[in-house]
Design a protein around this ligand. Structure first.
Ligand code: SF4
Ligand code: SF4
Length: 270
């Protein structure tokens, strides 16, 4: 497995995607931030006992909407905030979390302590270290970070396009300070949040990345047979796209081309 660690990155960057963080009706940054802070405040006064923690879980689940884009993807009520020199998503049951006194309470979770301690998502296990390092170097907030980390095939599509365009593999220095390439990468990955060509009926930004075939991402939806395959087909597939006309697909292609043109500008100015 890769040794690039993306679960905890910096004071403001961490990930809770495999704990189901984004599998909520409103996965906006504002809503998730409010939810995580509220749970963390509640948890501060919870007795660290099995009964106390079980009661906290019941209270959280009773107070929050339980509708989910992916009903069979568990959303953990023990996701909260780590607030020290920054603010980022984290596990309230972790032994290092505030108030736990070094005791690991994750055995009380849905998946059990062993899974919580040892699971690594397919991106971390399979993507090349140079791509994961570029992600690590580029992200400055947990919300976008966790949204894109699990997007193994979207990241592969983006980095393949970037490397084809550059005519070489990316290097650590491409994403070091000052880092226009890092800005470009966050711009490309932010497309996932606000992609105007997302197909009708798509589940939204949450990604079901477990490799059990439960919720496969369908091919690009084309509402007319005249709409051809795109040179960015893989990217459009991973953005869960749908096109109503040739014109709408050409506008999507122009969006990507515009961002790649910015990459060419960066390279020629270096
Ligand atoms: S989804 Fe991957 S990067 Fe995120 S916390 Fe889980 S294992 Fe870590
Ligand atoms: S208890 Fe496990 S699933 Fe829940 S937030 Fe902690 S690590 Fe994630």
């Amino acid at each position: 497995m890769n040794t690039v660690y993306l679960c905890q990155v910096s004071p403001d960057v961490s990930c809770g995607a495999c704990c189901g963080l984004y599998n909520v009706a409103d996965p906006s940054r504002e809503n998730l931030e409010a939810m995580l802070v509220r749970r963390t405040r509640w948890f501060a006064s919870v007795p660290r006992t099995v009964a106390g923690i079980d009661a906290f879980k019941a209270s959280v689940e009773g107070a929050e909407p339980q509708e989910r884009p992916f009903p069979d993807f568990h959303h953990c009520p023990f996701l909260g905030m780590i607030e020290n020199d920054g603010c980022r998503v984290g596990c309230l049951l972790h032994p290092l979390a505030t108030g736990n006194g070094g005791v690991d309470w994750r055995g009380l979770s849905h998946y059990g302590g062993m899974a919580c301690r040892t699971y690594f998502c397919p991106s971390v296990r399979h993507l090349p270290a140079r791509w994961l390092t570029a992600v690590r170097q580029s992200m400055d907030h947990w919300h976008l970070h966790g949204l894109v980390v699990t997007e193994r095939r979207l990241l592969a599509a983006i980095f393949t396009i970037l490397e084809d365009r550059m005519g070489r593999e990316i290097e650590i220095t491409d994403f070091s300070e000052p880092a226009p390439a890092a800005t470009l990468l966050t711009t490309l990955t932010t497309l996932k949040l606000h992609w105007p060509f997302r197909r009708r009926g798509a589940p939204g930004v949450c990604n079901y990345f477990f490799e059990d075939g439960l919720y496969p991402r369908p091919p690009v939806k084309r509402e007319a047979t005249s709409i051809p395959t795109s040179r960015f087909e893989e990217l459009f597939h991973e953005l869960d796209s749908g096109f109503s006309s040739v014109d709408s697909m050409e506008r999507a292609e122009a969006t990507i081309e515009g961002l790649l043109f910015a990459l060419d500008m960066i390279r020629t100015s270096q």
